[in-house]
Design a protein around this ligand. Structure first.
Ligand code: PNS
Length: 169
C-alpha cells in the first residue's frame, strides 16, 4: 500500500500564470496521494491580462509534470464545478500558503460542494514557498529580480523569452 486513495481522480485548478515551485510542490504531493491528478488551467483567469497565453501555461505545466505518469494537464472555461462534473472527478485539491488563503478558499470549497457535490482537500504549501505567488514572481522578474529559486527551469526560460519578446533585456 503506497498511501494512495483508491479510485480518486483529483483536480488541481489554477491560473498558473506562471506555474511556480509552490504549484509543483502541491502537484508532487497530490500525485503521491491520488491515482489520477488533473492540473486544470482556467482559460480566463479572474485577474486581468495574464502574462502567458493558455497554450503557454499548459506547455509549461506539461514540461514540469513529465516525471509524473499519473498527472495530466487540461483546461476549462467557466465554472470549476462544471469541469469537475464533466471530468467525473472525485475531489478538488488546493494549496494553502497562509491563513488568509483559507478565508476565500473556504467559501470556494462550500460553493463547489454545493454546486457539484465535490469536496475540496487542502494541502499546506511547503513553508519554503509560503510567500511565493505567480503575481509576485512576475513583479520581481519584470523588475529585474532573480527568481531562479522560485520557478522550474522551463518556466524561467519562458519568462526570459517573454521579456525579450517585449523588447526588454
Ligand atoms: O490560481 P488561482 O488564480 O488562485 O486559481 C483560482 C481558480 C481558477 C481556482 C478559481 O478562480 C476558479 O475556480 N475559477 C473558475 C470559475 C469558478 O468556478 N468560480 C467560482 C469558484 S467557487
Amino acid at each position: 500500500m503506497n498511501g494512495q486513495i483508491n479510485q480518486k481522480h483529483a483536480i488541481y485548478p489554477g491560473s498558473f500564470d506562471p506555474p511556480t515551485n509552490g504549484h509543483l510542490d502541491v502537484i508532487d504531493r497530490a500525485a503521491k496521494i491520488f491515482p489520477i491528478v488533473t492540473v486544470a488551467v482556467v482559460v480566463n483567469p479572474q485577474k486581468r491580462g495574464p502574462l502567458f497565453s493558455l497554450e503557454e501555461r499548459e506547455q509549461m505545466l506539461r514540461a514540469c509534470t513529465t516525471p509524473y505518469p499519473n498527472v495530466r494537464v487540461a483546461h476549462f472555461r467557466g465554472l470549476l464545478a462544471g469541469f469537475v462534473e464533466a471530468s467525473h472527478a472525485d475531489v478538488i485539491v488546493k494549496g494553502l500558503r497562509v491563513v488568509s488563503d483559507f478565508e476565500s478558499e473556504m467559501a470556494f470549497a462550500h460553493m463547489n460542494r454545493s454546486l457539484a457535490g465535490v469536496d475540496t482537500m487542502f494541502l499546506m504549501a511547503d513553508q519554503a514557498y509560503s510567500f511565493v505567488s505567480s503575481s509576485l514572481i512576475k513583479e520581481v522578474f519584470l523588475q529585474g529580480g532573480d527568481i531562479t529559486k522560485y520557478v522550474p527551469e522551463v518556466v524561467l526560460s519562458f519568462m526570459i523569452a517573454k521579456r525579450q519578446a517585449s523588447g526588454r533585456k
